[in-house]
Design a protein around this ligand. Structure first.
Ligand code: BG6
Ligand code: MG
Length: 219
């Protein structure tokens, strides 16, 4: 696909390990509700918005709640999550990701954040990575969550780049689907068995490099 002009990053599980905090917060809530939840089920929640995640957990546990109860539990999960993220510092950046972001910026490529999280802004502020991101799209700015491509398309649009010249970086199945649906090249972080639709999968951000990405895009 050559001539890449922008790289659009997911946040949770790509830039920092908040995917683990989302899991722990949901797990605590699922325990309270008496619904069994493990890491394999959690793969289905990654990248998925707060309300939809709760719906998936309830469906998984065959449990019905009123809208009012759902709001209560979604808020409770977010309170658990907020206690996890309150002490985040730049030390919580995943090893290798900052180096990769710097390499990209130094090559004159634009960058964006496309996060389904309403907590994205305080998290990137605490990580001190705002200066490496040209634009940010979060859950508050889109109508349709991942796997819908809207959030990645909006990121490309805010950078005035054609989606065909964008790369998306994701740790979630729903996120990789969103990148592919947007017509972009998908880099997956995690297991190739889980991220089957990704064009290139690395286990960890330390394995990312701009040289290698360019090589793969030219093929
Ligand atoms: C995504 C996470 O980035 O944000 C999901 O991968 C999470 O696990 C979603 O549910 C919504 O986050 P928040 O902070 O708005 O509840
Ligand atoms: Mg993620």
């Amino acid at each position: 696909m050559g001539h890449i002009q922008a790289v659009i990053f997911d946040l949770d599980g790509v830039i920092t390990d908040t995917a683990e905090y989302h899991y722990l917060a949901w797990k605590k809530l699922a325990d309270d509700l008496g619904i069994p939840m493990d890491r394999s089920f959690n793969e289905r929640l990654k990248g998925v918005g707060r309300k939809e995640s709760l719906e998936k957990i309830l469906e998984h546990g065959n449990k019905q709640l009123s809208e009012q109860e759902k709001d209560f539990y979604a808020t409770k999960k977010n309170e658990h999550y907020k206690t996890f993220i309150q002490d985040i510092t730049p030390n919580d950046l995943l090893p290798g990701i900052l180096e990769f972001m710097k390499e990209i910026k130094e090559s004159g490529i634009q960058t964006a954040l496309a996060s389904a999280s309403k907590n994205a802004k305080p998290v990137i502020r605490r990580l001190e990575v705002e200066q490496y991101l040209d634009t940010v799209v979060d859950a508050a700015q889109v109508e349709n969550g991942k796997p819908d491509p809207e959030i990645f398309l909006k990121g490309a649009d805010q950078l005035s780049v054609d989606p065909a010249y964008c790369v998306g970086v994701e740790d979630a199945q729903a996120g990789v689907q969103a990148i592919k649906a947007a017509g972009m090249y998908a880099v997956g972080i995690g297991s190739a068995k889980v991220l089957t639709q990704a064009d290139w999968v690395v286990q960890k951000p330390t394995q990312l490099s701009w040289e290698e990405l360019k090589r793969r895009l030219e093929m």
